[in-house]
Design a protein around this ligand. Structure first.
Ligand code: SF4
Ligand code: SF4
Length: 476
C-alpha cells in the first residue's frame, strides 16, 4: 500500500514536472504560430460511448425536427418570435410584460448551468449542444461517408484537382448546403412558426422577401459553420468553454487522463525502464475533433465528446490492460483517489437554484391572464359637469395573454361614481388592445386635489385584476 502511494506521488510529481512547460496553453490548438488555421481531420470514433452519443443524437434530432409541428390549441409548444415579441415555452405564452419572469427564468438557467458545470464539467457540450450534435453526429458522419476516414481526407486535400476530387467536393458541398438549408428552415420555424415558413414556400419569395432573406442568411451561416468554421465555434466563439477556468475545481468530473496510472508513458516494446499504462500511441489525439492531447490536462478546447475515452479503451483492450486510462474523473479522483464529494460550493449553488426555482414557480402560478395599465389621458386635467360632478379621462392598455377573446367590465372599487366607456373593452386573444373611458365622481366625494381610485377588471363577474389611478379635482 505504502509502495503504491509512493509510486502514485512519483507519477504525479514527474507528470507535473513535464507539465511545467505549459506554453501550449498560450495558443489554441487549431491556430498555428503563424496565425494560420490548423485544419483538424479527426479519425472516426468508435466505441461504447460513441454509440451511446449516436443514440442520444437520434433522439435529439427527432425532437428538433418534430417539435415545430406539435401544437396545442393551434399554437406551437415552443416559439421564440423576437420580431413580434411573443415567446412560447411548453405552450405557455410570454409577452414583454412578463419580462421579470423571463429574467428570473434566465437567471435560474444560468445557475443550473453553473451548478452542472461545477459538478460535471462540459458534459452539455459533448452530449446536448446543438453545435456538437449537428457537427459530430450529422455533418462529420456525412464527411466520413463521402471523403473517407482522416487519412483519406488528408490525401484528398493534397491531391490535385481531378475527377475524384471534383466529384467528392461537389457532393459534399451540395449535401452540406441542402442540410444547412433544411436546418435553417426549422430554425426559422422556431422563430416565426413553421406555418409561416410554409406560407413562404406556398406564396413565393417575392411576397415574403424579408422571411426569405432571413432564410438565406441562416442557410449561409450554417453552411459556413459546418463546412469550414467547425470546432472554432466551440473554441473561439462560445463563451461557455471560456467560463471553465472559473467554474471548474478539483472535484469537477471531466474527461480526464489518469496520469497517475499512465505515466511515465512509453512504447509497449520499451522494457528498459518501468512504464505506466500509456503506450504513447496517440490514438486519443487522432480522434479528437478539436485537435488536442488530453494527456496535457484540462483544456478549454475540450468539448467532452468522449471520443478519446473510446479510442484509449480500445488500445487498453488490445494490450490487455484495464480500460479507463482516460475516463470521466475529477482531479482529486485521479491524484488522491477521492470519490466525488458534495462540496460546500455545490451545496450553495443547489440552495440558490432551489430558491430561484421556487420563486419562478410562484411567478408562473400567479401570472395573470391579462396585463393592464391605466394612465390619465395626457394634456387633460378634469372637467366640471352639471350637478356638481367632475370627470377625468383615462386610457387603458391591455394585453390578453390567453388563447381566447376576453370581454371586460370596469368597476370602481373604492369610491362611489360612474365609469363611461367609449366602447366595449373586447381584448382579442393574444393581442394588445387600448381604449379610453371617463370616470365621473361627485365633488363632495373628493377629499383632496388628487384622489386615489381603484378600478376592478371583471370578466363574466370574475375579477381578473385591480388597477389604481389618480383622479384630479379642483383644490379643496
Ligand atoms: S480531448 Fe477527448 S473529450 Fe476532449 S474534445 Fe478531444 S476527444 Fe473529445
Ligand atoms: S490512447 Fe491511451 S495509451 Fe494511447 S496515447 Fe492516448 S492515453 Fe496513451
Amino acid at each position: 500500500m505504502e509502495q503504491n502511494n509512493k509510486t502514485d506521488s512519483e507519477s504525479i510529481s514527474n507528470y507535473k514536472k513535464d507539465l511545467l512547460d505549459q506554453t501550449f496553453r498560450d495558443s489554441v490548438s487549431t491556430i498555428s504560430k503563424e496565425g494560420n488555421r490548423n485544419y483538424v481531420n479527426p479519425q472516426k470514433p468508435n466505441g461504447k460511448l460513441y454509440n451511446l452519443r449516436s443514440y442520444f443524437s437520434y433522439f435529439y434530432l427527432i425532437l428538433f425536427f418534430t417539435l415545430p409541428f406539435i401544437k396545442v390549441e393551434g399554437e406551437p409548444i415552443f416559439l421564440f418570435n423576437v420580431l413580434e415579441r411573443k415567446f412560447i415555452f411548453f405552450s405557455k405564452i410570454f409577452w414583454p410584460q412578463d419580462f421579470f419572469i423571463f429574467a428570473i427564468g434566465f437567471l435560474t438557467f444560468i445557475v443550473f448551468v453553473i451548478l452542472f458545470t461545477v459538478g460535471f464539467g462540459r458534459i452539455w457540450c459533448g452530449w446536448a449542444c446543438p453545435q456538437t450534435i449537428f457537427m459530430e453526429m450529422v455533418f462529420r458522419k456525412i464527411e466520413f461517408f463521402i471523403d473517407g476516414d482522416a487519412n483519406q481526407q488528408k490525401q484528398l486535400k493534397a491531391m490535385p484537382w481531378n475527377t475524384e476530387k471534383l466529384l467528392k467536393r461537389g457532393a459534399k458541398i451540395i449535401v452540406f448546403f441542402f442540410l444547412s438549408f433544411l436546418i435553417a428552415n426549422f430554425f426559422l420555424g422556431y422563430i416565426i412558426g413553421i406555418d409561416e415558413v410554409g406560407v413562404l414556400v406556398k406564396e413565393g419569395i417575392f411576397v415574403h422577401f424579408g422571411t426569405f432573406s432571413a432564410l438565406v442568411i441562416f442557410t449561409l451561416v450554417f453552411f459556413f459553420v459546418y463546412y469550414w468554421f467547425r470546432e472554432q465555434a466551440c473554441i473561439i466563439v462560445c463563451p461557455y468553454g471560456r467560463l471553465q477556468g472559473v467554474l471548474l475545481d478539483r472535484n469537477s468530473i471531466l474527461v480526464a487522463y489518469d496520469y497517475v496510472r499512465g505515466e511515465p508513458r512509453g512504447k509497449l516494446t520499451d522494457t528498459t525502464t518501468e512504464k505506466g499504462d500509456c503506450v504513447n500511441c496517440h490514438a486519443c489525439v487522432r480522434v479528437c475533433p478539436t485537435g488536442i492531447d488530453i494527456r496535457n490536462g484540462t483544456q478549454l478546447e475540450c468539448v467532452n465528446c468522449t471520443a478519446c475515452i473510446d479510442a484509449c479503451d480500445e488500445i487498453m483492450d488490445h494490450i490487455k490492460k484495464p480500460k479507463g486510462l482516460i475516463r470521466y474523473a475529477s482531479e482529486n479522483g485521479i491524484a488522491l483517489k477521492q470519490k466525488m464529494t458534495y462540496s460546500w460550493r455545490l451545496k450553495m449553488y443547489t440552495l440558490v437554484l432551489s430558491l430561484l426555482l421556487g420563486f419562478l414557480a410562484i411567478l408562473l402560478i400567479t401570472r395573470a391572464d391579462i396585463a393592464a395599465r391605466i394612465l390619465r389621458t395626457p394634456g387633460q386635467t378634469y372637467q366640471l359637469l352639471a350637478d356638481n360632478k367632475i370627470s377625468n379621462l383615462y386610457n387603458i392598455k391591455l394585453v390578453n395573454k390567453t388563447r381566447k377573446n376576453i370581454h371586460l367590465d370596469l368597476k370602481l372599487e373604492n369610491i362611489e361614481g360612474e365609469i363611461k366607456q367609449i366602447g366595449p373593452v373586447d381584448v382579442p386573444k393574444e393581442s394588445y388592445f387600448q381604449t379610453s373611458f371617463f370616470i365621473t365622481l361627485k365633488n363632495e366625494k373628493l377629499k383632496s386635489r388628487k384622489t386615489k381610485i381603484k378600478i376592478g377588471l371583471y370578466e363574466n363577474g370574475h375579477k381578473m385584476d385591480e388597477l389604481t389611478a389618480v383622479f384630479l379635482g379642483p383644490s379643496i
